[in-house]
Design a protein around this ligand. Structure first.
Ligand SMILES: [Zn+2]
Ligand SMILES: [Zn+2]
Length: 154
């Protein structure tokens, strides 16, 4: 078995990580992405993970143009965010950079949640209504933060 074998999602090939779920000793498996995919469910497996080139964390476009450093301001959890997603998302928002393409960054600057959700669900349709609502809750929570983006380094 090659050394780079590890836990991944059999559906998309992306590495899986165990994220704290908010209660002691409770972990949830998630894709190693800022936002859990909304077009399929995680299918845990072992294998050689697919390489993960930098991409927009919203629409998945290659060549992100902007970096959003981790949030330090108050975060307002959007009403559409499922309760079980709250802790893992806050972790992503406060500990990791988020990346956005030019088109998404304009909608982020305008706090255009409808536009952002429409764009990503057109690019990649949601599995079901609950998944679509989770996307809206996720991006709505992101947009509640004070954002200080800087250009993605060339
Ligand atoms: Zn997957
Ligand atoms: Zn984008």
């Amino acid at each position: 078995m090659p050394d780079d074998t590890g836990p991944l999602c059999a559906h998309c090939g992306i590495t899986i990580k165990a994220a704290e779920a908010g209660r002691p000793e409770e972990l949830r498996l998630r894709h190693d992405l800022r936002v859990e995919p909304w077009d399929h469910l995680l299918e845990p497996a072992l294998g050689v993970p697919a390489p993960l080139p930098p991409a927009c964390d919203f629409c998945d476009a290659p060549e992100p143009a902007w970096v959003y450093p981790p949030g330090v301001s108050a975060i307002g959890v959007h009403a559409d965010l499922p309760a079980e997603e709250e802790f893992p998302l806050l972790d992503e928002l406060t500990r990791h950079d988020w990346l956005a393409c030019d088109t998404c960054s304009v909608m982020i600057a305008d706090r255009n949640l409808d536009g952002l959700v429409d764009r990503v669900l057109t690019e990649r349709p949601a599995l079901d209504a609950a998944a679509a609502r989770r996307v809206r809750g996720t991006f709505g929570t992101f947009l509640s933060m004070t954002l200080r983006p800087h250009p993605y380094p060339d």
